[in-house]
Ligand binder design. Structure first.
Ligand code: NOJ
Ligand code: CA
Length: 576
């Protein structure tokens, strides 16, 4: 049996792995592993993941073979929204570490040849941020209030909110303060929106970006990148009016054209570093054309596309998405991004095991749980099989692949979290009846990782994990999969290794002969062929040397090898 110490040996981080390349384009086809810090590894046994924990797992990340880590917020926070409510943008939450540990973590990652991208949350701060506290203590119309979006209320005594808007997490988007004014929060009450018309807000974020860049951070993931610029008229539109307004760059709240002036400022700062710091936008916009603006080299440089995350497991749909996004990146000069799972959606191994439903598939967990519990109609085995095939499809594509912690274990979404232990404001701001936004919320994909099959919190740490782990987590532990042929972990390791070896130019050619019906095949330069069978029935395995498959290949009665349903295989073309 593999012991824990073999999985996480004591290391001198500075002597680990490959050196960082000085290639300014390192990000274009990187595999990026998202760490949700409070749920990754707990170094001091208090039940909350921390920087110590991450440092201890750098060898694991190096062995996995990722190029970069994206670290979700680790800043001081009351955790009203899992850290996306930031008290202080230039410090580490004492619950999870110190600035010195942050520096140590950067050195350990860099020493292992892994870059670091950190999350920046510029649309809103937390209500504990010193500026918001100052705003509360300052009079109406003061400079301190101007950094946020305060308005008088409607009604005789201003007792009604300035507008009937609802927050993205449900519930009202305006909250009243002691002297009767109201402030805007697009998300939770504890997340007041900044006023980006205020020059001090610009200065504050330039200072923050420089602070982390100077500490060796390689790039930034920009939260709600489409929300910063706002232009609110004196007479506020109603919720219905807002909804009817086109999101073509002129909307008062979302995806305004002038948001790109902010990113032009940031780009100037990024380019002062060598290699330039990179950024990836989280921008939920209407069209690929509007997304392209965020990916401009004059702006953030790259933008998430969540198209695959929202798609059904379907050959035609996948092909359309890949074609559109590659065409788009050819226009912007950026590289595209691929995502199947993150801290906001139902894990793809679970999503793909659910019966097909209408609506946005990555939120499907909601319907599923509300329909009668976690085991209602779910086929976990099929879900995992498809997820593995989808991931191998993704890893063969040109562009950056963003992976979410735990997906390399084939981890499933956790539905069975008692209400009182749930943390997500998207859960708490809704009722069972109107739980439209995200069903049970996002805690189910944020449950601390299982590292060992037994022991306190399955090796996450020595304490009780801050979100409860179900007993079945043992089956997905790193210890269970490490070194085991055919395990999801070993598949990720081998696919990531091969990807590094095989990846050259950012081009792809569809193999029209092989691509038909449920089969989708494409070739990358050098004869690297990826073939996915999205259907249920096996198909003949194309010719070539098998490099890796997402599941076992079948033999038919004649003894010929077949590509089973929900499986991806990578082949090297003969003569290549
Ligand atoms: C997007 C983040 O991914 C999500 O987790 C967060 O709740 C919202 N932005 C608000 O910051
Ligand atoms: Ca801890």
């Amino acid at each position: 049996m593999t012991t824990v110490s073999q999985i996480s040996p004591a290391i001198d981080p500075t002597t680990q792995g490959a050196a960082l390349s000085d290639d300014a384009n390192w990000w274009r086809q990187a595999s990026v592993y998202q760490i949700y810090p409070r749920s990754f590894a707990d170094g001091n046994g208090d039940g909350i993941g921390d920087l110590r924990g991450i440092i201890s797992r750098v060898p694991y990340l190096a062995k996995l073979g990722v190029d970069a880590v994206w670290l979700s917020p680790f800043y001081p926070s009351a955790l009203a929204d899992g850290g996306y409510d930031v008290d202080d943008y230039r410090d580490v939450d004492p619950k999870i570490g110190t600035l010195e540990e942050f520096d140590e973590m950067v050195a350990a990652l860099h020493g292992a040849g892994i870059r670091l991208i950190v999350d920046v949350v510029p649309n809103h701060s937390s209500d504990r941020h010193v500026w918001f506290q100052e705003a509360l203590a300052s009079p109406k119309g003061s400079n301190a209030r101007e950094r946020y979006i305060f308005r008088d209320g409607r009604g005789e005594n201003g007792e009604e909110p300035p507008a009937d808007w609802t927050s993205i997490f449900s519930g009202p988007a305006w909250t009243r303060v002691e002297d009767g004014q109201w402030y805007l929060h697009s998300f939770a009450t504890e997340q007041p929106d900044f006023n980006w018309k205020h020059p001090e807000v610009h200065e504050e974020f330039l200072k923050t970006l420089a602070f982390w860049s100077d500490r060796g951070v390689d790039g930034f993931r920009i939260d709600v990148a489409h929300g910063l610029a706002k232009d609110l008229p004196e007479e506020l539109p109603s919720k219905a009016e807002l909804k009817a307004m086109p999101k073509d760059g002129t909307h008062p709240l979302w995806d305004r054209d002038d948001v790109h002036d902010i990113y032009a400022e940031w780009r100037e700062l990024f380019d002062r570093y060598d290699p330039p710091r990179i950024a990836v936008a989280e921008a939920w916009v209407e069209t690929p054309e509007r997304r392209a603006k965020y990916a401009s080299p004059k702006g953030l440089g790259q933008a998430f596309n969540f198209d695959l995350m929202e798609a059904d497991f379907d050959a035609e749909h996948f092909r359309e998405i890949v074609t559109d996004n590659l065409a788009q990146s050819a226009v912007t000069g950026s590289s595209t991004t691929w995502v199947f799972s993150n801290h906001d959606g139902v894990r793809h191994a679970t999503r793909y095991g659910l019966p097909p439903r209408e609506g946005r598939p990555f939120k499907q967990g909601a319907d599923w749980v509300l329909a009668g519990g976690p085991e209602d109609g779910i086929d976990k085995e099929l879900g995992l099989r498809r997820a593995r095939a989808a991931t191998m499809f993704e890893l063969a594509l040109p562009g950056s692949a963003y992976l979410y912690q735990g997906e390399e274990l084939g981890l499933q979404e956790v539905a069975e979290i008692p209400d009182e232990q749930r943390q997500d404001p998207a859960f708490w701001r809704t009722t069972a009846e109107d739980r439209g936004w995200d069903g049970l919320g996002r805690d189910g994909c944020r449950v601390p990782l299982p590292w060992t099959r037994e022991g306190s919190s399955f090796g996450f740490g020595e304490g009780v994990a801050h979100l409860p782990q179900p007993a079945w987590f043992a089956d997905y532990a790193v210890e269970v999969e490490d070194g085991v042929e055919g395990s999801t972990l070993e598949m990720y390791r081998e696919a990531l290794r091969l990807r590094r070896e095989l990846q050259t130019e950012e081009t792809l050619t569809w193999d029209e002969e092989l691509s038909s019906g449920d089969v989708l095949a494409f070739e990358r330069p050098g004869g690297w062929l990826s073939v996915t069978n999205f259907g249920a029935e096996p198909v003949a395995l194309p010719a070539g040397e098998v490099l890796i498959a997402s599941g076992p290949l079948d033999a038919d009665t004649e003894g010929a090898v077949q590509l089973p349903g929900a499986t991806t295989v990578w082949l090297r073309r003969a003569g290549a």
